[in-house]
Write a protein that binds this ligand. Structure first.
Ligand SMILES: Nc1nc2c(ncn2[C@@H]2O[C@H](COP(=O)(O)OP(=O)(O)OP(=O)(O)O)[C@@H](O)[C@H]2O)c(=O)[nH]1
Ligand SMILES: [Mg+2]
Length: 322
């Protein structure tokens, strides 16, 4: 989500390789673009190698790229704000903020036909005000429908969703720590990620290693899109556990604090219902010692019961009875 022309579709394409229209004019996106993205996790590749797995299945995140929102959208400016309904079902909002200069790419904020100055602080406020106004509209509609005070706690309000801010900076901005601190301060305690959408676009199609090598030439050591996905995971209180074997190695998403039977339930409801025990070792132990057998011999393979609280990177085999 964000103002028009800030690089949302460019980033979406870099994330998903989906080829959505990204264009040098405001409101290029009208209908939402949807794409599924694997959560980068080098652990599953390592395990797949160790177990000679036929398949590697990562955890995934679904991204939705929507139309640009503009000041006054609640009163119909730009494309209006009806399309915000597209993000009501999302768990988290990624707010893309333009922090790059380029006179060829028109920056619009409150008036779709007039170039505005690049001003991350003011731009963020414009968008957040529109979210508040959209929620207000929803509250009024709900109230009118029920002809009483809005008893509306099931309604997914936009301003209640967690937000990660993604600053689309220019090449110099990627390594300008003072500038980044300034931008980060605008949104704290929300998490901020810094990216150069143009560079990400140029890197699409490259392998992870090629990408990191290319970024290094700009003095960058972090993969921004990977950071975004990780930031989303953290913000939503998610973690992964792993299953590994000859057939497949796979990462599964669970809430932090989930118990072993709850984790089993993400694989199959039968696993949860018939849960007996979980055979668990940590990824680190497994990789350090090189095999399950070695982990067992070192006494680091545990049998855990139904009260066990899962840890990120647990490598698990469930025992169940149906
Ligand atoms: N110089 C520069 N140009 C960029 C950058 N990111 C995006 N652009 C360009 O800006 C234009 C708009 O990008 P889009 O990704 O279509 O923007 P959007 O936010 O999806 O815009 P709407 O769909 O119109 O809301 C495109 O021509 C991009 O190539 C960047 O980091 N640097
Ligand atoms: Mg777009």
């Amino acid at each position: 989500m964000g103002l028009p022309n800030v690089g949302k579709s460019t980033l979406f394409n870099a994330l998903t390789n989906a080829g959505a229209l990204a264009a040098n004019y405001p409101f290029a996106t009208i209908e939402p673009n949807v794409g599924i993205v694997p959560v980068p996790d080098e652990r599953i590749d390592k395990l797949a190698e160790m177990y000679k797995s036929a398949k590697v299945i990562p955890a995934t995140v679904e991204f939705v790229d929507i139309a640009g929102l503009i000041g006054g959208a609640s009163k119909g400016e730009g494309l209006g704000n009806k399309f915000l309904a597209n993000i009501r079902e999302c768990q988290i909002i990624c707010h893309v903020v333009r922090a790059f200069e380029n006179d060829d790419i028109m920056h619009v904020a409150k008036n779709a036909n007039e170039a505005a100055a690049i001003n991350p602080k003011a731009d963020i406020e414009i968008i957040n005000t529109e979210l508040e106004l959209a929620d207000l509209e929803t509250r009024e509609k709900v109230a009118a429908k029920r002809k009483k005070d809005a008893a509306d706690e099931q309604i997914p309000y936009l301003t209640e969703k967690p937000v990660i801010y993604m600053f689309n900076v220019d090449e110099s901005g990627l390594t300008d720590e003072a500038r980044k601190a300034e931008l980060r301060a605008l949104v704290e305690p929300a998490q901020a990620v810094f990216v150069n959408a143009k560079l990400e676009e140029e890197m699409s199609g490259m392998s992870h290693d090629e990408k990191m090598e290319f970024l290094k030439s700009y003095g960058v050591s972090e993969d921004a899109l990977g950071e975004l996905i990780k930031a989303a995971y953290r913000t939503l209180g998610l973690q992964s556990f792993l299953t590994a074997g000859e057939k497949e190695t796979r990462a599964w998403t669970i809430k932090r604090g989930a118990t072993a039977p709850e984790a089993a339930g993400t694989i199959h409801t039968d696993f949860q219902r018939g849960f007996i025990a979980a055979q668990v070792c940590s990824y680190d132990d497994l990789v350090r010692l090189g095999s399950e057998k070695a982990v067992r011999e070192a006494g680091l393979m545990r049998t855990e019961g139904k009260d066990y609280v899962m840890q990120d990177g647990d490598v698990v085999e469930f025992r169940f009875n149906v």
